[in-house]
Write a new protein. Structure first.
Length: 235
C-alpha cells in the first residue's frame, strides 16, 4: 500500500494509529515528537505524513512549515484539538493538505489518507501522458500558467504557489466570467473526495489574492460573487 509517517507525542494514540494503518495494509514509520518526525521525513520516503499539532519542541504547524521550506511536498494531515476554524486556516497557510479535529474516527482518518494517495496518483498521470507543449500553457491577460512546471506568472513576475493554489487559479482563469461554487472549486482544487469544509476555499482565495497583490497592488481579477462563489474577472 503506502508508507505512512505518524508523528505524535501521545504513545497510546500512536499505538492505536499504527495498528489501524498496519491493519489497512500500510507500512508505518513513527516518531514521538516533531523534531524526530522532521528527521524521519527528511531521510525517509513517506507518502503521507500524519502529524499532531500540539507537541513540545517542534509543533505540527512549525513542522509543516519546515518541511515545505525544505522543498518536501509530501502530503500532510494535521491532527488537533484546538479551535477548528483558526487552526485550519493557519495549517493550510503553512502548506498542510488536510486537517482532522480530535476526537476523530480512525476510519475517517484512513479515508482521508486514502483520498490523498488517490490525488497524488491522479496528479502523476497527466504529467506522464503529456505530449503537446501548447496544451500546458494558459495565457489570460497578464496571467500565464505553465501546467507542466506548475508555474504562475503575472506579467514579468513569478508567483510562488502551492499545488492547490495553482489548481484554483487554473480552474478560475480557464473560464473567465464563469461563477464557480465553493463545492465545484473544492473538487477541482483537491482532486479527491475527502470530507473537508467548503469554506477552505475562502482561505485559498485570500492567500492567492495576497500573493497577486504582492506583485500588483491593483490586482482585482479574483472576484467574489456574494451568495454564489468566485470567478475570474473578464477584461
Amino acid at each position: 500500500m503506502a508508507n505512512i509517517l505518524l508523528i505524535d507525542d501521545d504513545p497510546s494514540l500512536l499505538d492505536v494509529l499504527s495498528m489501524a494503518f498496519e491493519d489497512a495494509g500500510h507500512e508505518v514509520d513513527r516518531a514521538s515528537d516533531g523534531l524526530k518526525g522532521l528527521r524521519r521525513a527528511e531521510v525517509g520516503a513517506p507518502e503521507v505524513i500524519v502529524s499532531d499539532v500540539n507537541m513540545p519542541g517542534l509543533d505540527g504547524f512549525s513542522l509543516c512549515q519546515r518541511l515545505r521550506e525544505a522543498g518536501i511536498q509530501t502530503p500532510i494531515i494535521l491532527l488537533t484539538s484546538r479551535d477548528g476554524e483558526i487552526d485550519e486556516a493557519l495549517g493550510l497557510t503553512l502548506g498542510a493538505d488536510d486537517y482532522v479535529t480530535k476526537p476523530f474516527s480512525t476510519r475517517v482518518l484512513l479515508a482521508r489518507v486514502a483520498a490523498l494517495l488517490r490525488r497524488e496518483a491522479a496528479r502523476a498521470v497527466p504529467l506522464a501522458l503529456a505530449s503537446e507543449p501548447a496544451e500546458h500553457v494558459l495565457a489570460v491577460g497578464e496571467l500565464t500558467l505553465d501546467r507542466e512546471r506548475l508555474e504562475v506568472r503575472w506579467g514579468e513576475d513569478t508567483i510562488t504557489v502551492t499545488v492547490s493554489e495553482f489548481r484554483l487559479v487554473d480552474a478560475l482563469a480557464s473560464r473567465p466570467g464563469v461563477v464557480f461554487h465553493r463545492e465545484q472549486l473544492l473538487l477541482r482544487v483537491r482532486g479527491d473526495d475527502s470530507v473537508v469544509v467548503e469554506r477552505i476555499i475562502d482561505t485559498y482565495i485570500r492567500r492567492l489574492r495576497r500573493k497577486f497583490e504582492g506583485v500588483d497592488p491593483g490586482f482585482a481579477f479574483i472576484e467574489t460573487v456574494i451568495g454564489a462563489g468566485y470567478r475570474w474577472r473578464e477584461r
